[in-house]
Write a protein that binds this ligand. Structure first.
Ligand SMILES: NC(=O)c1ccc[n+]([C@@H]2O[C@H](COP(=O)([O-])OP(=O)(O)OC[C@H]3O[C@@H](n4cnc5c(N)ncnc54)[C@H](O)[C@@H]3O)[C@@H](O)[C@H]2O)c1
Length: 250
């Protein structure tokens, strides 16, 4: 059966939507006519994003690792728009890098998992009941090639992204008989603030592995991500899409 939904009147929540990849997708979805709500903890970035996205978009200062804050923001979105069609979890952090596993601090490991993994579940639990009610939803977790391949020097990050890929597989199956599709996207390197903050040796290690010998662009990310959350992407769920310039072959 063909999906009857269209982009029209759709509402998307994007965590980390005020900067980097989340913002690139926010711009693309806004162009497609979707109302985008960015949940981001940085008020300055939200103000900048709001200006660029225009009047239809919203930005809610939210620390997505805090379940009460997420619930408050999701409730506000439902109160204003009455629907949530799309959830994208893009807020993420690398934690310490360029170090070996025996040097990793447990505090840093926990912080990375709290944002990269646990927060994806927090937002999913807040949003899923609304999607189930309307029997429609597109959920996208931003994973990483690091979660498939394992980047040396990035233990916490790589294992957290592997966990995100696992979460996606479970949720895809659990909701397969509903109108909700849950997928992940695993980029290699796109030059955002997160990448610029890494040690140059770590960035070289990652970019050297890309067969296309270049980084991905924001636009390439946004196009692929927009397809994954589109109404037409109806028969794929629990899958991790690739965006790695040829690095991932499975
Ligand atoms: N850039 C890359 O090359 C790359 C590659 C693979 C995967 N990823 C993943 O893509 C996602 C986005 O990465 P990016 O490069 O755009 O990062 P970024 O640092 O450029 O942007 C992250 C955004 O998340 C927000 N954020 C951080 N912590 C938050 C919190 N607790 N609550 C709410 N918002 C918070 C930040 O304010 C920022 O706006 C991450 O999950 C990252 O792991 C990025």
């Amino acid at each position: 059966m063909l999906e009857t939904h269209s982009w029209e009147n759709q509402v998307a929540i994007i965590t980390g939507g005020a900067d980097g990849l989340g913002f690139a997708l926010a711009k693309r979805l806004t162009q497609l006519g979707v109302t985008v709500v960015a949940l981001d903890r940085n008020p300055d970035l939200i103000a900048r994003a709001q200006k660029e996205l225009g009047e239809t978009a919203r930005g809610l200062v939210t620390d997505v690792t805090d379940p009460a804050a997420v619930k408050k923001s999701v409730d506000a979105v439902v109160a204003e728009f009455g629907r949530i069609d799309i959830l994208v979890n893009s807020a993420g952090m690398t934690g310490q890098t360029n170090i070996k596993s025996h040097e990793v601090s447990l505090e840093d490991f926990d912080r990375v998992f709290a944002l990269n993994v646990r927060a994806c579940l927090i937002t999913f639990q807040a949003v899923a009941p609304h999607m189930l009610e309307r029997d429609y939803g597109r959920v996208l977790h931003i994973a990483s090639i690091a979660g498939k391949d394992g980047n040396a020097g990035m233990l916490a990050y790589s294992s957290s992204k592997a966990a995100v890929i696992g979460m996606t597989k479970v949720q895809g199956k659990e909701y397969a008989e509903t109108g909700i599709r849950v997928n992940a996207l695993a980029p290699a390197v796109v030059r955002t603030a997160m990448v610029e903050a890494l040690p140059p040796e770590q960035v070289k290690y990652m970019t050297d592995k890309i067969p296309m010998k270049r980084c991905g662009t924001m636009e390439e990310f946004a196009e692929t991500a927009a397809f994954i959350v589109s109404p037409g992407n109806g028969f794929t769920t629990g899958f991790t899409f690739d965006l790695s310039g040829g690095r991932a072959v499975y």
